[in-house]
Design a binder for this molecule. Sequence first.
Ligand code: COA
Length: 472
Amino acid sequence: MPVLISSTEATPKGNVPANESVGIDDLAVYVPRLFLPLAGEFSSNRGIDPGKLVKGIGIDRMAVVDAHEDAASMAAMSLLELMRRNRLCPEDIGKVYVGTESAPDEAKALGTYVIGMLEQIYGRGSFQEASTVEFKAACIGTTFALESQSYWLAGEEEGKVGVIIASDVAKYPLFSAGEYTQGAGSVALLMKKNPRLLALEQIYGTFTRDENDFFRPMGCTTAVVNGKHSNQCYLDAMQGAFDSFAGKAKRKGVITPGTGESVTDFADHLLFHIPYPRMVEYASAAIFRHDWRESRRSTGIERELGPEPVAREFDDPQKYQAAEADYARRFSRSQEFLQAFAAKVRDTAILSRQIGNIYTGSIYLGLASLLEMQKIHAGQRLCFGAYGSGCSALFFSAIAQAGVESVPLRGLMQRLEERKQISLQDYELLHEGKKKESVLAPNGEFALVGIDEQGYRHYEYVKAMDMRASKR
Ligand code: COA
């Protein structure tokens, strides 16, 4: 029988049977050592009010990849840190799943490059029993990898662990509206039975629809995006996935709202995909508004805002849309929303403000933000809402485990402070692939050292303090 819980009598384990749980045991984050502040040279050159970038979009600094970095080298860096933090041997790892939408290759799995790099350290052939697959589904690829690996792990009988790596360079054309949401980085998740951080409740609510909101044409390094449409697709898909999750959670008896209660009352943290921090505000406003409609909160909200606009009461659809946009704006400033946002959502975007979009990994950057701020406590339920253009959303939940407060922190805030600020000129040269020499020579890291005449990419581990310049 599933365990029944309510917000007031939550069991520490939620829907997770003792000794059978699977989930996230640890995570490691890699962020390039270069950044460009959005307020300053960039905003004045682009003729954009810095307030729009820092407040309206929510990004202070965007991470920039150096000449020797790409999605594969960043993935290898996050995996190396994950293995070192957890004293893992390659033989412990059964599967290396990679979520990316910025792979440099149309066929060869990015994970093979990653394994090749790691074998420079752990020995040739050391990963040969680990399978690696690339999950491509725009920004949701890593989350589909997580869902898939959770089923494998539940049936794994040889004591193997799994690894999921998100790695992306989020890149739009110079001077485009997507440019100021760019970023780069990688997150590696260690997936285990009886994990120390989060046990998955194995309830996945999905929504999929064919949409033309974003894609990256073959051979291009930058994405084509219909920005405003992508925001709307995100919100529609998130609501669909939330409803699917809520229905399943109720049918399984895992979340059973009483009179006046709503599903989000049973979540302590809500982590959404973060293409830019303001999007998390839009997403949570849409989900809370939707979820609270039948709850006791609706009375207070109606008292504060008046009734919601109803489509059938407008003879002109444009007037309805204007009234709806106005109501949505006022809802996002209401006391009820602001309190819930501050308590359950706001802190997930702390790292993204300093990094920008990392596509498939951005939702797990949200998890890293909460972990680094020590905001997650044993027994809490975390709900995740992932989105990928094209489009799909997946909503799932996990329960924080007893070990969540004892897993060592990663010093991410400090590492972000130690990055090097680059000029607008260097950023543009790197963006266009015109800067062949690295701004910071590789040092204790994997580096792309060449692309041969057939197009194969070659990587090398450059030892710390070995200041050889990139061979390219
Ligand atoms: N000070 C503070 N806020 C300001 C401002 C200023 N001077 N000027 C504008 N803003 C606010 C706007 O009011 C708006 O906030 P609101 O929604 O609360 O009204 C916000 O900044 C964004 O500005 P807006 O002009 O609406 O957006 P944009 O044209 O810059 O486009 C994206 C934003 C996200 C659509 C664009 O960057 C993009 O295409 N990004 C890539 C795709 C993407 O990330 N999609 C997300 C879903 S996956």
